[in-house]
Design a protein around this ligand. Structure first.
Ligand code: PGA
Length: 247
């Protein structure tokens, strides 16, 4: 694993965008696995700027997002499809037909999950998977569990995640309780993984995931076994790792 420690969120965002831009430049037909949440917003801002400056071109890019809330439509401003359109797709020349997010309005969970696994398979595999990390070390919506789930599945969100995501909603009762999420196997199958983390509230998750035991109770810990992981984190997110002298 390669670790880039940055001074702050802005530098983290810039570094992560540079890594994604390098992927797009080296393979203009890359399959990008993309993530939502507050952490990647700065990364997307930097990518939009690089596009506007003519440094990168999204024409041949396909994107496959990690997850979506069950019950939210693409027009709901809390849906992850809306987030992706708003933060990235509406501002670059990606073909919207080549952007995939699970369909939160699909009531047949088994069908939706099967369809999504098929999309990933048909794409030929994700070249670079961008990930945030939850305070409970979830990746996508793979919550702490007794097993690692391989494929796309319907998840009951934990109280920790519902509380963490309540900040985006005007009422905690409006936070959806379920989500469709790529599985750990889908994520692990990506050729390259780029995980971004910022802030001291992620320090425990970063330490547990990358410097402690591998267990499904710490979903991101499986990434220790992946051969090409880049962690871009600011010094607050690496606080415990630094305090313990591990890097
Ligand atoms: P955040 O979420 O970037 O909003 O902190 C990350 C995640 O839950 O994966």
């Amino acid at each position: 694993m390669r670790i880039y420690q940055t001074e702050n969120y802005q530098q983290m965002s810039k570094k992560a965008a540079n890594i994604i831009a390098a992927q797009i430049i080296s393979n203009p037909e890359s399959i990008l696995g993309l993530a939502t949440g507050s952490t990647p917003i700065g990364t997307y801002k930097n990518l939009v700027k690089k596009y506007q400056d003519g440094d990168i071109d999204f024409k041949g890019i396909t994107s496959i997002n990690l997850d979506e809330y069950v019950g939210l439509s693409k027009d709901d401003d809390q849906s992850y499809r809306y987030f992706m359109n708003d933060n990235l797709f509406n501002h670059v020349n990606i073909d919207i037909n080549n952007t995939y997010v699970p369909d939160g309005t699909q009531k047949d969970a088994e069908l939706e999950c099967k369809k999504y696994d098929e999309i990933i398979k048909k794409s030929g595999g994700i070249d670079l998977q961008l990930l945030g990390i939850g305070q409970n070390s979830h990746i996508g919506f793979n919550e702490p569990d007794s097993v690692f789930t391989f494929g796309t599945h319907c998840v009951d969100l934990t109280e920790n995640t519902i509380n963490a995501n309540a900040r985006f909603f005007d009422d905690i009762n409006k936070v959806p309780k379920k989500a469709y999420s790529m599985g750990i196997g889908n994520i692990f199958s990506a050729k390259k993984i780029l995980l971004v983390a910022s802030g001291e509230n992620k320090a425990q998750a970063v330490y547990d995931s990358f410097f402690s035991a591998i267990t499904p109770n710490v979903p991101a810990s499986i990434l220790q076994l992946h051969s090409d992981v880049i962690l871009v984190a600011d010094k607050d997110a690496l606080k415990i790792v630094n305090d313990k002298g591990l890097i």
